[in-house]
Ligand binder design. Structure first.
Ligand code: ATP
Ligand code: MG
Length: 360
């Protein structure tokens, strides 16, 4: 297969971790007989410095022309970087929001998996126990509270702020279809999370999800209220396979789920649209505090590249190979500094960013 991939190295540790992900992709292509062509574009702080804006129209066009986008991370230190003295629409993160919107990336997939080798880093060792923890949050990314009408006004002598939570049937249906499709590739269990005892948008959500479920008789569907879900994640995290939820609930629950895996340096993500196009990036930020030192953990980005092979190119075997390689180097005791528990330095081999890429 021939793949055209646009890369966004970005800011901070972005360029270092993307280099390692490319290294791994090149190896996979060599082994499995594929061809991959990269085009790098600027986004974020580096684009502000070079072009005066966080994302140019040309960069959007380049991203659109590719089969998929692989991203490192963007932004800098929010209290010291001059980028954050600019108005909000000119800051680094505005580039990413613009890109998500222009590409209609409505489905955000965040798998959270606890590697048995990293159990020591898990704050819920007892709750995850023998069963482990392996879930995927399917978060709606372009609707709901974050995109509804908002205003702040003075009414009867006091300030009143309003945010609106809007979902159309079609928006719910397309994200539900993505969740059921993904569940078929996993343990075939979808838990749809809402607040249907209070919100109209949640009642519509539930109705549409149930309609979609009729097309997937092989997948089990159940519903859970969001407050209960937050509690269940701590109480019994192993019960979850695919969690399907709206934008804000997904934002909150995915941060909660990520902490159960121990290190943010391990978590990939994918944002997909209606076609096979996707944007793949680690869940963490640009980590300006460790940029340029070759100590960042590149695994989240490497696993994002594996997701790219799986979801944009249907290359499951190749994605499996990358995930296996990651497991293997962890089993062999290689650890970037973020994965090194204090006092365990003699148990593991301290490994740099580029060494991690070489090993994988
Ligand atoms: P953002 O707002 O972009 O999410 P942030 O400051 O909230 O940025 P990160 O940039 O993710 O969060 O950094 C949080 C902490 O985690 C930092 O101390 C950073 O060094 C560390 N960190 C993040 N990613 C990695 C990584 N890949 N490897 C090692 N440490 C990391
Ligand atoms: Mg953050």
């Amino acid at each position: 297969m021939k793949m055209n991939v646009t890369c966004i190295p970005g800011d901070g540790i972005g360029p270092e971790i993307v280099t390692e992900a490319k290294k791994v992709l090149d190896k996979v292509c060599a082994v499995f007989g594929h061809e991959i062509e990269y085009k790098d574009i600027l986004m974020g702080g580096c684009s502000i410095d070079a072009c005066g804006e966080p994302l140019t129209d040309q960069a959007i066009a380049d991203a659109k022309a590719a089969d998929a986008v692989l991203m490192g991370s963007i932004g800098g230190n929010t209290s010291t970087s001059p980028w954050y003295k600019l108005p909000p629409h000119l800051r680094p993160e505005a580039g990413l929001l613009k890109l998500r919107k222009s590409l209609n990336l409505f489905a955000n997939l965040r798998p959270a998996y606890l590697y048995p080798e990293l159990k020591d880093a898990c704050p819920l060792k007892e709750a995850t126990g023998e069963k482990g923890f392996d879930m995927l949050i399917m978060r709606e990314l372009t609707g709901g509270l974050y995109f509804g009408d908002r205003k702040t006004e003075e009414v009867d002598g006091e300030m009143v702020a309003t945010d609106t939570l809007v979902y159309k049937e079609s928006e719910i249906r397309r994200i539900a279809v993505k969740a059921f499709d993904v569940a078929r590739k996993r343990r075939k269990n979808v838990i749809s999370v809402d607040k249907a005892n209070v919100l109209d948008s949640s009642r519509l959500w539930r109705k549409v999800v149930e309609e979609v479920a009729l097309d997937y008789p092989d997948v089990t569907l159940s519903h859970m209220l969001v407050d209960n879900c937050a509690m269940q994640l701590v109480k019994d995290p192993s019960q979850f396979d695919v969690v399907l939820t709206e934008n804000m609930f997904g934002d909150i629950l995915s941060d909660e789920a990520s902490m159960i895996t121990g290190s943010i340096g391990m978590l990939p993500s994918a944002s997909l649209n209606d076609s096979s196009f996707g944007l793949y990036e680690p869940s963490h930020g640009s980590a300006p505090d460790i940029a340029g030192q070759n100590i960042a953990n590149p695994i989240a980005t490497i696993l994002s590249a594996a997701m790219m092979l799986r979801y944009s190119f249907n290359l499951d075997k190749e994605a499996d190979a990358i995930e296996e390689a990651v497991k293997e180097i962890l089993k062999d005791g290689y650890r970037s500094v973020d994965l090194m528990p204090k006092g365990c330095e003699d148990k593991f081999t301290k490994t740099t960013c580029s060494q991690m890429g070489d090993l994988i």
